[in-house]
Design a binder for this molecule. Structure first.
Ligand SMILES: CC(=O)[C@@H](O)[C@H](O)COP(=O)(O)O
Ligand SMILES: NCC(=O)COP(=O)(O)O
Length: 251
């Protein structure tokens, strides 16, 4: 019997918080562009960057240079806002991930409300697709949101793993069940299943082994580890964990 190759789980490394350290002094280092190159050397399958409307971390200069230098997949995160949509459609990354944003948030707090969309998300998806870019939506693991995303014709859904990441031991299994259930809903519809937010070296395994997971986007934890061991090694450590998970789940 042909042995099944372990399912490769793509690792998207988000370099936002390299820029957070730089922006703390409004200076030139550390540079997220250099961090992205080191992440590639460490085994990143993709580089993720979030050009927020408030520019609190990633700057326009970062995005322009990342698009010129990144040799793996580029994943441009943005809100459904005309200014950043125009930049994204001009630069044509491999992927665009639409996320909600609010000025007051410390970090992304929830998923997009696709089910309640008034046309703003739909129009943003259309602009991105017309630019020849693969589209993904950052969603809470709620069946009605997934149904709406499928109807919108996007290429992937990135499940918000924040509630799982902060769940206590009484809640964590429930959050994993939510992710698993809507994960089946997503893959059954033929969309790629991505996940991210709050994943760490300690909590990533339970998400990585969810059936159908094709990509995990991880940033804050890798950057935190990189402060101690360097970006290339921090990424390599996360790559090894995901490879162990791939073997564990078999095909
Ligand atoms: C959507 C998501 O979880 C992250 O990719 C996002 O970038 C988090 O926002 P900050 O990077 O501003 O924390
Ligand atoms: N979309 C999730 C992402 O890119 C990274 O989120 P985090 O690991 O920084 O919380």
């Amino acid at each position: 019997m042909e042995t099944q190759r372990p399912r490769h789980i793509d690792l998207g490394v988000n370099v936002d918080h390299v820029a957070t350290v730089r922006q703390a002094r409004r200076t030139t280092e550390p540079d997220p562009v250099i961090a992205a190159a080191l992440a590639e050397q460490g085994g990143a399958d993709g580089i993720t960057f979030h050009l927020r409307e408030d520019r609190r971390h990633i700057q326009d200069r970062d995005v322009e240079l990342l698009m010129q230098t990144v040799r793996v997949r580029t994943n441009f995160e943005l809100a459904c806002a005309d200014e950043v949509l125009s930049i994204c459609c001009r630069l044509k990354p491999d992927w665009a991930l639409l996320v909600p944003e609010s000025r007051e948030e410390v970090t992304t707090e929830g998923g997009l409300d696709v089910a309640g969309d008034n046309g703003r998300i739909r129009d943003a998806v259309a602009r991105i697709r017309d630019a020849g870019i693969l589209t993904s939506l950052f969603l809470d693991p709620e069946p009605k949101q997934i149904d709406a995303a499928i109807a919108m014709g996007v290429d992937a859904v990135e499940l918000h793993t924040g509630p799982y990441a902060v769940a206590d031991r009484h809640r964590v299994d429930t959050e994993l069940q939510r992710l698993t259930q809507v994960g089946h809903q997503i893959t059954a519809a033929g969309l790629r299943l991505h996940a991210g937010h709050g994943l760490t070296y300690h909590n990533v395994r339970a998400v990585a082994v969810i059936e159908g997971i094709a990509e995990l986007n991880i940033g804050h934890s890798i950057v935190s580890r990189a402060v101690m061991v360097g970006m290339k090694e921090a990424v390599a450590e996360m790559r090894r964990i995901l490879d162990q998970c791939s073997v564990a789940v078999g095909g």
